[in-house]
Design a protein around this ligand. Structure first.
Ligand SMILES: Nc1ncnc2c1ncn2[C@@H]1O[C@H](COP(=O)(O)OP(=O)(O)O)[C@@H](O)[C@H]1O
Ligand SMILES: O=P(O)(O)OC[C@H]1O[C@](O)(CO)[C@@H](O)[C@@H]1O
Ligand SMILES: [Mg+2]
Length: 492
């Protein structure tokens, strides 16, 4: 594979996407947004933090592998695990005490829009989409301020005298509603960590998300808004996320089954209102295995078209779907396990009856397509290359203000190690007759029951922050794909 060829393809794809995006009438985005309190950890911070605890106790808690933050020791343990493995993780906390303790002992550098739906809404709005209809069940006044308002193209449903109208978030929030604040601990490659006599270096830039889960959170849609869902149209597709909020049981006796049922009702109603409608679900790391499995088998499977996830989430999904061996080989080899990652993504597409599975990894993206998916492999590849430029821009500056602003991503080089990973995969693909050597150079794979796109992606050496880049990649690619479908429909 020739790096200059891929740089040229990125440029061409970026301008093709720029041409196509205005053909979109709009996108519906729901459910989760929050305020991200972001803290870049230094070695000094870590020394101070570890000194607050007995190091043997930290070690014991690491071995427990806490799946929620019930007390500060859980936090320190999950932080060390995440740093040592270089794996992105999100851990829930159900107590306000966590926020108080972190504020008192660490503090944060800056607050930003957070949550897949929040980040995706702002990205699509700044790509100048005609309309982004966002639905956040817990929209607070403070949270409303984190939505991009400069283009006036983000609208949120509101019930006025029994009628659903679309308003800017700043006019649609629920008065008196509290805000959901997550903590994001960003840590850079090579940061040195010493605890209980052992020292290690952080293997790659990454972050740990502490996801607050206040009692009032419900992953659900207001009844009136559901009943008048046609009022958000015309929109061409939806990007849904936040199902990780769903709990097994609630104080009022309801259970996760009720919220899964409502979530599927919303999806079915959206599809009934536009036969060409396409729905993408963006995943995140979900600690509760029952909820993770249920989201995949009862909400995603057979109901949505497209799934976006990172490598750890592929492994976690395979694990709860019964592919322990494959899951382990994805995790064990990390970014190098491209064969297992590919096989895992194909398995997800088959088991969950999806049209599209878009996996983002550091240095390359894989997109598995069901046979018969509209668009050529080149058009799908363009969508992925476009998102790679966006990812670079977001990694470089920590945000994307506009399409013109995103062009800075074109100057970031395609990842040499990503190219190497793909080279290692070439033998597997050509050996199994998945593609000819030439087709592989284009990044096209024609499987027996699926097609696929592989691209090397642009990687920023010292990113400003990594949180939200995956959401940016998935949103950019899905929007560009839909836009191309609309452009073709318009005869262009
Ligand atoms: N320095 C970087 N430059 C470019 N892309 C990056 C960089 N760091 C991470 N990424 C991309 O961001 C993705 C992170 O995805 P994910 O873990 O889903 O993030 P989030 O869910 O917070 O948006 C990685 O898979 C990789 O493709
Ligand atoms: O699961 P939650 O609490 O909605 O949080 C999702 C987290 O994932 C992100 O959206 C990144 O994907 C963060 O901005 C956010 O803190
Ligand atoms: Mg993600």
């Amino acid at each position: 594979m020739d790096i200059e060829e891929w740089e040229q393809r990125h440029r061409e794809a970026f301008y093709n996407a720029k041409e196509a995006l205005p053909y979109l009438d709009g996108m519906f985005v729901a459910y989760n947004s929050n305020i991200d309190a972001i803290k870049h950890l230094t070695e000094e911070d870590l020394l101070k933090l570890i000194r607050l605890f007995d190091e043997a106790e930290i070690q014991d808690r690491v071995a427990v592998y806490p799946r929620e933050i019930a007390e500060p020791l859980d936090f320190v343990a999950r932080l060390l695990i995440s740093m040592r493995e270089g794996k992105a993780a999100e851990v829930p906390t159900y107590t306000e005490d966590t926020h108080k303790w972190l504020k008192e002992h660490l503090g944060f550098d800056y607050a930003r829009m957070g949550g897949q739906a929040g980040i995706i809404s702002n990205l699509l709005a700044r790509l100048d989409l005609k309309k982004v209809v966002t639905y956040i069940p817990w929209l607070s006044e403070e949270q409303a301020d984190y939505f991009a308002a400069e283009n006036g193209n983000i609208l949120h449903p509101r019930v006025e005298d029994g009628k659903v109208v679309l308003k800017p978030p700043s006019e649609a929030f629920k008065p008196g509603r509290g805000s959901k604040v997550n903590w994001i601990f960003e840590f850079s490659k090579d940061l040195k960590v010493t605890c209980a006599g052992s020292t290690f270096k952080v293997p790659r830039d990454n972050r740990l998300i502490i996801s607050s889960r206040p009692k009032w959170i419900r992953l659900d849609m207001d009844r009136e808004i559901y009943d008048q869902l046609d009022s958000i149209f015309p929109v061409d597709g939806a990007m849904l996320s936040g199902y990780q909020m769903i709990k097994e049981e609630y104080e009022d006796g309801s259970t996760y089954k009720d919220y899964v049922e409502h979530s599927v009702e919303v999806i079915n109603k959206l599809k009934s209102l536009n036969p060409d409608f396409r729905i993408h679900v963006e995943l995140t790391s979900i600690q509760n295995r029952l909820i993770r499995k249920t989201i995949l088998t009862d909400i995603v499977a057979r109901h949505v078209h497209s799934l976006g996830l990172d490598t750890v989430e592929v492994a976690n999904a395979l694990n709860v779907l019964g592919y322990e061996e494959l899951s382990y080989s994805v995790i064990r080899k990390g970014e190098n396990g491209i064969m297992s990652l590919y096989q895992g993504a194909v398995q997800l597409m088959k088991d969950l009856k999806l049209e599209r599975v878009h996996v983002h990894s550091l240095g390359f993206y894989i997109c598995i397509l069901a046979k018969g998916h509209p668009l050529t492999l080149k058009e799908h590849r363009d969508a992925l290359l476009f998102s790679s430029v966006l990812a670079a821009a977001r990694a470089l500056n920590g945000k994307i203000e506009s399409l013109d602003d995103a062009e800075v991503g074109l100057d970031i080089p395609v990842s040499a190690s990503g190219m190497e990973d793909l080279e290692n995969f070439k033998l597997y693909c050509t050996g199994r007759k998945l593609c000819s050597p030439d087709e592989f150079e284009y990044g096209y794979i024609y499987g027996p029951d699926h097609d696929a796109i592989l691209i090397p992606s642009k990687v920023v050496d010292r990113p400003k922050a990594t949180v939200g880049i995956g959401d940016t990649i998935s949103a950019g690619a899905f929007a560009a794909m839909l836009a191309r479908m609309k452009q073709i429909k318009a005869g262009k």
